[in-house]
Design a protein around this ligand. Structure first.
Ligand SMILES: [Zn+2]
Length: 107
């Protein structure tokens, strides 16, 4: 038995599994060295639950370098209290538009 998960196991590992396991997903850019830690459970409302979380984004959101992103997973414990900095959703901005009154609107 090997400690390195097979490609097939990685393919099967999705965001919903990471959320079930209470994991933190940490993306790191090898170019600007920035790290972004996200709670998998937070991202269930933002991303597709079937997202292949072992595939890092192709480009860095900060320095735009491509092909330099890596991903790792962390199971947070109480030892992370006050030290693990997470990027969390802070609500969705409500968008408004003008529209003419029509059928079904007042139902
Ligand atoms: Zn970067």
């Amino acid at each position: 038995m090997t400690m390195t998960p097979s490609r097939r196991q990685l393919e099967a590992y999705r965001l919903k599994h990471a959320a079930e396991e209470g994991r933190v997903i940490i993306y790191r850019c090898g170019c600007c060295k920035r790290e972004t830690a996200l709670l998998a459970a937070d991202m269930l409302n933002v991303w597709d639950p079937d997202l292949k979380v072992y595939d890092p984004p192709t480009r860095c959101g900060f320095c735009k370098a491509s092909g330099r992103m890596t991903v790792r997973f962390h199971i947070p414990t109480k030892f992370d209290y006050g030290t693990l900095r997470l990027r969390r959703p802070a609500g969705r901005r409500q968008l408004w538009k003008w529209e003419m009154f029509g059928p079904g609107m007042a139902d």
